[in-house]
Design a protein around this ligand. Structure first.
Ligand code: SF4
Ligand code: FES
Length: 395
């Protein structure tokens, strides 16, 4: 690991506050760790407020409240109000199924600046099956109308994969109809739950190429109406994306129990250990912790990254993907065409995309081991609240 001089490290710009892992949805590509944090292990309100104070002092300008499903916490309004009082730009990343008019109004009154609503598909039946949640899609569309009526800026997030990518044109139409200013189309990233479900989720190259063309045309057609963020799926790209804008360069993520991570999936890298806001000030963790300094700069890079012209553009790709595929977080991201593992990775992807999709392994507490749940398994209404801080989990 490379020690860094803190004067050469810029402060973080944004904080992803994962205030809970509880969530009524069960998406098979969830970016939360396989071992989900229980409600009893979550930071309390006062600690989150102290963390927001420390983040602001450190230089953070935006706080994204996320989860799990952040609206499962009763104190979300208090946390949003606290962030607003600190001058933070606050964004709520939500599945939307637990929000009603009164809760939305309370969040707006507390100073919420923006809402990102995740959808699973354009078609209700498919969306509810992917999320493992009955009538979830209808609730989301209802919420989109309420957000628009409240005058709150709205982004629609759509995670795409082989089972919904052919509906992308409809997803774009849905975003326009729901009054969103922005649509984020994100291909599944294959670590954690998504790696368990890779064969069920991996699109074919032909599917991906059709999607790229479709987005290109839609961007042109919808200029001034809808901004579309779209990143080419890793496995079929020539070079990887600069994941998180580089490890420990711009963003930090805090888990429900207070662990501070450089990205939401960092705990999948079992060779690193991460410090907690309950043990050390946030600024010290950002500037001095071994985990944050492990992949800063370029000195840690092996070949071919070390002598590659793109090393300060993509920073060697994604550390979590490198660990998941290569077994070493410092390896060149196998999504890169220059990685010695790239061809094998693409062959695996092609093979997965050719075969019949296996049943999803849904994200559930205690379902960390791949015991498949059939795709026709009954979808559930809600995750029962497991502590007295949880809001009514009945949407
Ligand atoms: Fe990026 Fe490394 Fe690939 Fe170069 S070799 S393009 S730095 S991942
Ligand atoms: Fe962790 Fe890419 S998701 S570095």
């Amino acid at each position: 690991m490379v020690a860094q001089d803190s004067t050469s490290i810029p402060p973080p710009v944004s904080l992803l506050a994962e205030i809970t892992h509880r969530c009524p949805l069960q998406c098979p590509y969830c970016s939360n760790p396989l071992e989900l944090e229980r409600a009893a292990g979550e930071l309390d309100t006062a600690t989150w407020q102290r963390v927001l104070d420390e983040a602001t002092a450190l230089g953070v300008l935006q706080t994204h409240f996320s989860g799990g499903e952040p609206t499962a916490r009763r104190d979300l309004v208090d946390l949003v109000r606290h962030a607003a009082g600190l001058g933070q730009y606050s964004n709520l990343i939500t599945s939307g199924v637990l929000l009603d008019q009164a809760k939305l109004e309370a969040l707006v009154e507390a100073g919420l600046d923006h809402l990102q609503l995740s959808i699973q598909d354009s078609r209700a039946g498919s969306a509810d099956r992917i999320a493992g949640y009955k009538n979830g899609h209808a609730r989301k569309m209802n919420l989109a109308g309420m957000v628009r009526a409240a005058g709150l800026p709205l982004t629609i997030n759509a995670v795409v994969h082989r089972q919904n990518l052919d509906h992308l044109a409809e997803i774009i139409d849905l975003a326009v109809e729901s009054g969103a200013q922005r649509l984020e189309v994100a291909h599944v990233q294959y670590y954690g739950w998504a790696l368990v479900n890779r064969a069920a989720l991996m699109p074919s190259r032909a599917q991906s190429e059709r999607a790229i063309e479709l987005v290109r045309a839609a961007r042109e057609r919808l200029k001034g109406v809808l901004a579309i963020d779209y990143v080419v799926p890793d496995y079929y790209a020539r070079y990887p994306k600069p994941c998180m804008g580089g490890w420990g360069r711009q963003n930090l993520n805090i888990t429900p129990s207070g662990k501070v991570l450089p990205c939401h999936a960092a705990e999948t890298i079992t060779s690193l250990s991460f410090e907690s806001v309950t043990e050390r000030p946030l600024a010290e963790i950002w500037y001095r912790s071994a985990a944050f300094n492990a992949f800063r700069g370029t000195a840690w890079m092996p070949e071919p990254c070390r002598s590659c012209d793109r090393r300060t553009i993509d920073f060697g790709g994604c550390r979590c993907q490198a660990f998941a595929i290569a077994g070493r977080a410092e390896a060149t991201d196998p999504a890169c065409s220059l990685s010695p593992l790239h061809d094998a990775l693409v062959a695996t992807a092609n093979e997965a995309a050719r075969s019949e999709p296996p049943p999803f392994v849904y994200r559930r507490f205690g379902n960390a081991r791949p015991s498949a749940v059939t795709q026709s398994a009954p979808v559930r209404e809600a995750e029962p609240a497991t502590d007295n801080r949880a809001s009514s989990a009945q949407p």
